[in-house]
Every structure is written in C-alpha cells, then in structure tokens.
Design a protein around this ligand. Structure first.
Ligand SMILES: Nc1ncnc2c1ncn2[C@@H]1O[C@H](COP(=O)(O)OP(=O)(O)OP(=O)(O)O)[C@@H](O)[C@H]1O
Length: 639
C-alpha cells in the first residue's frame, strides 16, 4: 500500500462518491417525501429549515456532515487495505514492510481521531441549531392566536402537548441525523466493500453449480433474507414505542396535577383516589414496558444470531482457497473483514429498525401536534373590530359547543361612566360572554367592538406567573429588567452546575431552582408597585416584592384577588372585565376596592360578573342572562 497513491486515489474517490451521494440523496428525499407517509411528515415539519433562501447554513452544514461521513467510509477502506498489507508482510516475514505498515497506521489513526472529533462537533452544533429552530417554530405556532387554549375545542384534542414540544423535538432532530447519516454510511460502505470483496472472492460451487464471485452474492442473499424476517419481527415495536411515550407522559401529567392541586386533594383526603389513578397509569407504563422487552428479546435474539453466524461464514468459504495457496493470509483476513463490514452495513437496516420505530412514533406525534394547530385555526372566530376605546357588542349570539343557545342577539355599549354588571343563574353564560369578547370562544356570531390592546380580564382565581411578586403585579407586561434577570438566572445555574461538577459529590437537589427556592431577582419597576400594594391593602408584602417563590401557593385566594386589583391599577386599561374577582373578599373589602378602581381609573370601561347583590352599587347598568337554554337577556339601569 503506497501512501501517495492512496492519497490521490482517496481524493478522486471522495469527489466521485460525494457528487453521486448528493444526487442520490436528493432523489431519495424527494421520492420519500412524495411516496411515503413518514417522508411527507418529515417534509412538512422541517423542510423550511433547509431552504437556502431562508438561511444557507443548515444545508451547508449538512453537506459538510455528509462529506465527513464519506471520509469515514474511505478511511475504513484504507484500513482494510492496510490490514491486507500488514498480514501479508507478516506471512512473508517482511520486517521492513511490517514497520512501514506501522507508520502508515499511525497516519491513518491520526486522521481517524481528528475526523471523529470534527464530526462530533459539527453534528452536535447542527442538532442544537436545528432543535432551536424547530422549538421556536412549534412554540411560536402554539402560542400564536391562543392556539394553546383553542385546541381544547377540537373534536380530537391532542394529548400532552408539552411533551411534544420539549421531548419529541429533541428526539426527532437527533434521530433524523443519526438515521440519515447511518443510511448514507451503510449504503456507501456497502458499495465500497462490495468492490473489495468482488476482487477477493473466488467461484463457489454447490450442488454441481459453480457461481463466480459467489461470496458477494451469498452475503447479499444472507442479509436480505435476514432483513425480511427482522422487519416482520420488529414491526410491532413502532406501536409499542408510540404507546411508551404516551403512557409515560400521561403518568407524568397525573403527578404534576397532584402537585398543582395538592391542597385541595389533601383537604378531601383524596390520596386513595389519586393513588389508584396514579397506579393505574403507571401500570399502563409497565405493562407496555414488558411488551417492549418481550418483543425486543425476539428482535435482538434474531439479530444477534444472524450476526454471530456471520463471523465464521467467510472463513469457512475461503478456507479451501487459502489452504491450496490460491490466496494469502492478508487476502483471507481482508475477505473476512470486508464480509463483516458488508454484513454490518447491510444489517444496518435490520438492526436500526427499532430506532426507526421510535423515530416514526415521534414523527407521528409531532405531526399530530402541527395538525391540531392547523385545525384550531379552522375553528370559527368572532369578528372583533376596534373603534378607539369603544366597548360594545352587536347582534351577538353565543352557543355552547353542543349547539345550545346561551345568549341570543345581544346588543350593548359600555361607557366609562356606566359600569356594567352581568348577573344570571349559574351556567347561563356569563363567563362565556367574557370569553367571546376576549376572542376565545369559537361558537358565536355577531360583532364585538373593543380596543385592540390594553384590555384586562381578571378571573376569580387570578393567574400568578412563575417569578416574583412584582412580576405577578405587572403581568402580562414585561418588567424593564426582566430579560436580564432571567439570563442572569440561567448563567448562575449553569455556573453552579459546572462548578459542582468539578468537585464531588454533586447534590443536584441543592442547586438553586428558580421559582421554587428563595432567589432574589433585582429588577426595576419604580416605586409604583410599592404604592399599589399599599392601596390594595397588602402593604405587609412590600418588602417581599422581589422575592421569587411560588406565590400562588402562599397567598390566600382573597390576597390573590387583591393582587389582581393591584395589577388592574398598574395596567390602567381602557377596558377591564372582572369575573367574580371579589368572590373571596368580605363585603367591606369589596366595597373599598371597587371605590378605589372607580377613583383611580375613571376612564376605564368596567364590566363585572358576580352573584352578590352588593356589587350593584358600583355599577350603573345591569345585564341579566335568563339561562335555561332560552338565550334571553335583559338590560336595565341599576335603580
Ligand atoms: N369548554 C367547554 N366545553 C363545553 N361546554 C362548556 C365549555 N365551557 C363552558 N361550557 C358550558 O357553557 C355554559 C355556560 O358556562 P359559563 O361558564 O359561561 O357559565 P356562568 O354563567 O359563568 O356560570 P357560573 O355562574 O357558574 O360561573 C355551561 O353550561 C358550561 O357547561
């Protein structure tokens, strides 16, 4: 084996193989996208990312990874030739040849190590960037037009969207690369090693028939038959892997709910019921895990047997030619290696079948997710118009998802000096009317006129975001220092993790966890927040404004409702909707807070929903929904 010649040949080989592989890959991707379901799913999900018009780098990096993969195949071929040279020098007792082979190996091994490291970096960078893009794409679509909320109205709402965004995206990106490059490697290697085996293999005779280059045909037949059986045995793994993801996510979700509603459950002493539910969900996980184990035993058992038999196969076939001096020891060893490589390469499709099963399950889940997003866009949307600060509805008819009439042909105009109180029996559609005005309720006709921005909806149980009390007060506005604080937090966590990783042992539970522990985030916001806290009679919490903790658990419902009034004062919206926003307060407090709002926000158009008669004194007009499926309503001045 001559180094200069090897270099030149390798250069030519790489150039040819690169061009052919690119052409074949493009044709294959096109065919898969056109003729297979999963190819189409892949295309729909991510083709945009690779458009050079959008950004040339993803495709450029992919081409670089392809090149590095081909380099790996070429190196394998060179190592195979090297092994022939080395064994032949041993057989001939050629000491100079042997040492030359050692030097050659040092060069090849160095190139190999460098190639592996470069490939690792490029592949990792590629998957991380791809994941960032896909995550942003799905997250953006999920958040846009309140899809995360509206998908609940679909006939078939999707399960565990959080898992699809967080876990499935990562799995999809990683496996796409591993599988596609695996296929390229396997196919190109197959081609390269078939050529090697072709030159080394002699005729094969069986049953009086002589088959020239018999070994090449044998290995192909061997692997193809094995693959057909393996696919048959492995097929159920696709469904089992799909179910595995789903059952695990369902179990995790039930555990999260236990945490979220821990207090209510504890008051009910509902551990037994919850325990039964959790155990039931876990039982699904486990029975599916066993099904995967049994199926995998069959699948892997078959694969391992096929691979083991392949170890001695080439020796048995070539032994006769070696003993009759038709081939050298180097030839024999290279044949065995080439056969092994060819067998491995062709077997890639067989052994990677279970990975492919997981991959298809992931693709299915991600496509289900994007399909749900698209379907939720198809849901009807009420017409919402903006006419300055005007707040009104015209010919508004609201129905339940099942088609029952809630409100028929409603018309009203809310003025700043005439706050509106909506009352009516439970289930008559009071909250649904607010949902419709917010644009969240798909089942309504008519026109809604409201300001495009600066409208605030307060519900009975105010939402407190993860973060500090100040964040909760300003929600959903962003604080000036918020982004910086968040980044500082991530860097702090990373630094602590890395620092602890250098020393041992690491107690991961002791790492600062934002939003659970007692982290202080210094953020701006001026003194208005402090003032507002005093106004809503929560002055005792001024010192804790920047404390990050789970405020939703610490504050009583009444305090949370007072905090929401603080939010209202800070936001000073053009229109505000209060849905039983004082239900947990005593009447004195309710009175004080309503007076405060009227005093501080005289220009805000106010709409309240509530059952209490004491609310009437703060409102000039009253809308009464009659309920009982009639859709009837009455609008009157409060006497
Ligand atoms: N997502 C939904 N799917 C199906 N039906 C719903 C949905 N949301 C509300 N409804 C139904 O619409 C009707 C009106 O509900 P809504 O919450 O508006 O009543 P409400 O007048 O605010 O009642 P309450 O005084 O008890 O709060 C109810 O019959 C309710 O079951």
């Amino acid at each position: 084996m001559n180094l200069n010649k090897a270099l030149l040949d390798s250069g030519i080989w790489l150039a040819q193989a690169y061009l052919i592989t690119i052409a074949l890959s493009a044709a294959t991707i096109w065919s898969l996208a056109k003729f297979t379901i999963w190819g189409r799913q892949f295309w729909n999900l991510t083709a945009v990312y690779f458009l050079p018009r959008r950004d040339w780098r993803p495709l450029g990096t992919l081409l670089l990874i392809l090149f590095l993969t081909l380099c790996a195949v070429r190196l394998d071929v060179l190592l195979s030739e090297w092994s022939n040279t080395m064994y032949t020098s041993l057989q001939k007792q050629d000491s100079a040849g042997f040492w030359a082979a050692m030097v050659l190996f040092a060069i090849l091994a160095t190139v190999h190590v460098l190639r592996v490291l470069i490939e690792f970096y490029v592949q990792q960078a590629f998957t991380i960037r791809w994941r960032v893009w896909l995550n942003e794409d799905l997250l953006g679509r999920w958040l846009a037009r309140q899809t995360y909320y509206r998908t609940q109205y679909l006939d078939n709402p999707i399960d565990n969207p959080d898992q699809r965004i967080q876990q499935d995206v990562a799995t999809f990106v990683e496996m796409s690369l591993v599988l596609s490059m695996g296929v390229v490697n396997a196919l190109v290697s197959t081609f390269a090693f078939t050529l090697i085996l072709w030159t080394l293999s002699g005729p094969l005779s069986a049953l009086g028939i002589e088959l020239p280059r018999g070994m090449v045909f044998l290995v192909f037949a061997y692997v193809i038959i094995a693959t057909v059986f393996a696919v048959k045995i492995g097929r159920p793994l696709i469904m089992l892997n799909f179910l595995n993801e789903r059952f695990n996510a369902d179990y995790r979700y039930a555990l999260v709910r236990l945490r979220e509603y821990s207090e209510s459950i504890a008051f009910y002493a509902g551990e037994k019921v919850e325990g039964a539910l959790l155990r039931n969900r876990f039982a699904h996980v486990i029975s599916n895990a066993w099904a995967i184990v049994y199926r995998s035993i069959k699948f892997q058992g078959f694969n391992l047997s096929v691979s083991q038999a392949a170890v001695v196969f080439p020796f048995i076939i070539q032994a006769q030619r070696f003993f009759s001096n038709q081939i050298s020891l180097g030839d024999l060893m290279q044949t065995a290696q080439a056969f092994g490589r060819l067998q491995d390469n062709l077997s890639f499709f067989r052994t990677a079948y279970d990975s492919f099963a997981t991959y298809r399950a992931t693709l299915d889940r991600l496509n289900g997710f994007t399909r749900a997003i698209a379907e939720s866009r198809e849901l009807p949307e009420p017409v919402i118009r903006a006419q300055g600060p005007r707040l009104a509805v015209e010919q508004l008819t609201i129905r339940t998802p099942a088609g029952g009439l809630l409100i028929d042909n409603l018309a009203l105009d809310v003025l700043p000096d005439a706050p509106l109180l909506i009352q009516g029996p439970s289930g008559s559609g009071k909250t649904t009317l607010l949902r419709a005005i917010a644009g969240l309720w798909p089942y309504c006709d008519g026109t809604i006129i409201r300001p495009e921005e600066n409208v605030l909806f307060l519900s009975q149980k105010p939402y407190l975001p993860l973060g500090s009390l100040r964040d909760a007060l300003y929600y959903p506005q962003r604080l000036p220092g918020q982004v910086t604080a968040l980044h500082a937090d991530i860097h702090q966590q990373q630094k602590t993790s890395v620092d602890s990783a250098h020393g041992a042992p690491i107690n991961l539970d002791a790492l600062p966890v934002a939003h659970n522990g007692e982290l202080e985030t210094p953020v701006g916001g001026g003194g208005r927040a402090e003032e507002v806290l005093h106004l809503v009679q929560m002055g005792h919490l001024v010192g804790k404004l920047d404390q990050v903790t789970d405020w939703g658990r610490i504050l009583s419902l009444g305090e949370q409702q007072r905090l929401a009034f603080g939010r209202l004062l800070l936001a000073a919206p053009v229109a505000a909707f209060l849905d039983e926003a004082t239900s947990a307060m005593d009447e004195g407090l309710e009175d004080a807070l309503y007076r405060l709002v009227r005093e501080q926000l005289p220009h805000t158009r106010l709409v309240s929903v509530g059952h209490r008669s004491t609310l009437s004194r703060h409102h000039a007009r009253q809308l009464i929904l009659k309920g009982k499926g009639t859709g009837a309503w009455a609008l009157a001045n409060v006497s």
